[in-house]
Design a protein around this ligand. Structure first.
Ligand SMILES: Cc1cc2nc3c(=O)[nH]c(=O)nc-3n(C[C@H](O)[C@H](O)[C@H](O)COP(=O)(O)OP(=O)(O)OC[C@H]3O[C@@H](n4cnc5c(N)ncnc54)[C@H](O)[C@@H]3O)c2cc1C
Length: 576
């Protein structure tokens, strides 16, 4: 009797569609493996090869025993060009980078549609890979057929774009092939056309993966999310059809592509994004203040929270600060639309606070604030001449001389994650008694591990039009009123070889990250997380990533992909 009651309760939850990790009756899907009876015959592969003009090949794994290749796995452009590699090499107890069996180097929606029909007809596991930056390992899987979009990277800037079938006012926009990386989009739109497109901070992140996850860049506090700027997409759905979707054509699918998660609703082949007016300047401000005691650090964090709320929670400022166990407050922020003098002035109250107690603080007078013409911000030549420490140029033979990555992002390439957690912090924590709760939780969390606040990944303080555009996306609405996304993480060097031994303290460090997030969540127990940058083991993933939007997303998933051809870890519908 007792058991029957329990089973009944479980089924009721599954029927509600929310919060059950597996729908009752769902069976873990199995896929054919090479050599098995169910694996497509050589003649089948040959048929696909012919249909797409030879753009199908068995995946060639990277030879990491070759020292020259091994040296390149920390170059994100090299990794991007090699579909057998991934921008992270794996995650403790979660996933390991695993090359697919075959790869389609797609050049058109027709190539993609052929691959999709083939995978469906033969039951082969399908993987979609753009820039390869998925933290959760969603763009690689063993024994799979990969659709690789890298070759679909054309970029066209429009002075006036109207979505198909729409009567809306034409808007300045850019159409980007789904395999393009953000650096190239920025260079075309900002350097080329003097406009701005909202993308990601890291230069080599793929356009399609970022937009489908929501997408925050350094200047999102001014321009909102990347998904909020999506005007139209071309997408190949599980039935093999190529569809143009926008606010009037298949608006549900269009909405789901705006933050509903990559690799879930189809293969996007082209995206058209609204462009925005470019400010006069972009710039950065760096500062590290060291508190000489725990007590002084507590006071510094409390003062910073108030300083941020008063002076920095506005469209001008983005990126990060970090509180460390060694009592350092590390500021690595960027700004837009300010002169360097105005940027320096914004920090004066905090610096005055620290200078008033010289026995307690050091480093506060070493603020570095630099501004540059916004149009030059992604200009490799300009950066090389004026700010060489900020970038690393791709020096591979034959590489484009304008390709670079930000030095700070280089630390992540190829790493093996031990832990990575995120949480949206509500702006109520910047007001009244909330400030003390935030400062206290931040301090307690920093006893375990460095705790970063990414201010540009929450839209509190953004202009109303940016917030409204982001509201009409699938991302958890918590991000609209979050002042920051907290990120706490740790990783070890690249470990593409599954035999690489774990560092002896790997699990202990993962535990410390978890302890830090637990301490921080004392001030925001209901905080959701950002699907593109989150914990592989996120317990309440549906509500954390999408909030109440999950039910609508699940309905759209059932309509466009009833057979679950597109399935990724913690993607919409994955529980079924
Ligand atoms: C170093 C680094 C820096 C980052 N910086 C930022 C940042 O500044 N802001 C931010 O918001 N996020 C950032 N991210 C997270 C990033 O947005 C996500 O990892 C994003 O999903 C990556 O997209 P991708 O195409 O590069 O990756 P992939 O691994 O290729 O794809 C990610 C997911 O999208 C799917 N996908 C890719 N292309 C398509 C397509 N054409 N159609 C359908 N599905 C597709 C894949 O199947 C997979 O599920 C960063 C990640 C890393 C590793």
């Amino acid at each position: 009797m007792e058991r029957r009651r329990l089973l009944g309760a479980g089924l009721a939850l599954a029927g509600a569609g929310l919060f059950a990790d597996r729908v009752a009756g769902a069976v873990a899907r199995t896929y054919p493996k090479p050599g098995s009876v169910a694996w497509p015959a050589q003649a089948d592969w040959k048929g696909l090869f012919d249909e797409i003009g030879g753009r199908l090949a068995p995946m060639a794994p990277a030879d990491l025993s070759d020292p020259a290749t091994k040296a390149l796995i920390t170059n994100p452009f090299y990794v991007g060009e090699h579909p057998a590699l991934t921008q992270s090499s794996g995650w403790l107890d979660a996933w390991r980078s695993s090359p697919s069996a075959y790869v389609v180097a797609a050049e058109s929606a027709a190539d993609v549609a052929a691959a999709v029909r083939f995978a469906r007809a033969h039951g082969v596991r399908l993987v979609v890979r753009g820039g390869g930056h998925s933290y959760l390992g969603c763009s690689n899987a063993p024994d799979s057929l990969m659709v690789w979009t890298r070759r679909m990277s054309a970029i066209t800037v429009h002075d006036a774009f109207t979505p198909v079938g729409s009567t809306a006012e034409p808007a300045p926009a850019v159409s980007v092939g789904s395999g393009a990386i953000w650096l190239h989009a920025y260079q075309a739109v900002t350097g080329g056309a003097g406009r701005y497109v909202q993308g990601g901070g890291c230069t080599t992140v793929g356009v399609a993966g970022l937009v489908q996850g929501g997408g925050f860049g350094s200047y999102s506090k001014r321009y909102g999310t990347a998904a909020g700027s999506l005007l139209e997409a071309e997408v190949v759905t599980a039935d093999g059809q190529t569809r143009i979707v926008n606010h009037v054509r298949e608006p549900d699918l269009y909405w789901a592509l705006k933050g509903g998660g990559g690799g879930t609703f189809g293969v996007v082949t082209r995206l058209t994004l609204r462009t925005h007016e470019l400010p006069a300047t972009f710039g950065g401000a760096n500062l590290t203040i060291h508190a000489k005691s725990d007590d002084a650090f507590r006071r510094l964090l409390a003062r910073f929270v108030d300083h941020y709320a008063t002076n920095l929670c506005n469209p001008h400022w983005g990126e990060q600060v970090r509180a460390t166990p060694s009592n350092k407050l590390v500021v690595e922020m960027v700004f837009q639309g300010l002169t360097a003098e105005a940027a320096r002035a914004a920090w004066k109250p905090l610096i005055d606070f620290a200078n008033a107690s010289p026995a307690d603080y050091e480093g506060q007078n070493a603020l570095l604030a630099l501004a540059a013409p916004a149009r030059s911000f992604w200009d490799a030549d300009f950066l090389e001449k004026n700010l060489p420490p900020a970038i690393v140029l791709d020096r591979q033979p034959g590489a484009s001389p304008t390709d670079y990555w930000w030095r700070g992002d280089g630390d992540q390439v190829g790493v093996f994650w031990l832990a990575y957690q995120s949480a949206w912090l509500p702006d109520s924590l910047l007001q009244g008694a909330g400030q003390a709760r935030l400062a206290d939780a931040w301090f307690q969390a920093s006893r375990h591990w460095p705790v970063s606040f990414h201010f540009n990944k929450g839209l509190a303080g953004a202009p109303p039009e940016a917030i409204e555009a982001a509201r009409d996306t699938a991302t958890n609405p918590q991000m609209l009123s979050a002042f920051a996304l907290a990120i706490i993480a740790d990783a070890d060097p690249p470990a593409f070889d599954a035999l690489t031994p774990l560092a002896p303290d790997a699990r202990a460090r993962a535990d410390r990250v978890a302890a830090a997030m637990k301490a921080l969540r004392a001030c925001a127990p209901d905080a959701g997380a950002y699907v593109n940058e989150c914990d592989y083991f996120q317990a309440d993933w549906r509500s954390a990533f999408w909030g109440l939007n999950y039910e609508r997303l699940a309905r759209i998933k059932r309509r466009y992909d009833p057979g679950g051809l597109f399935t990724v870890h913690h993607g919409v519908g994955a529980e079924a």
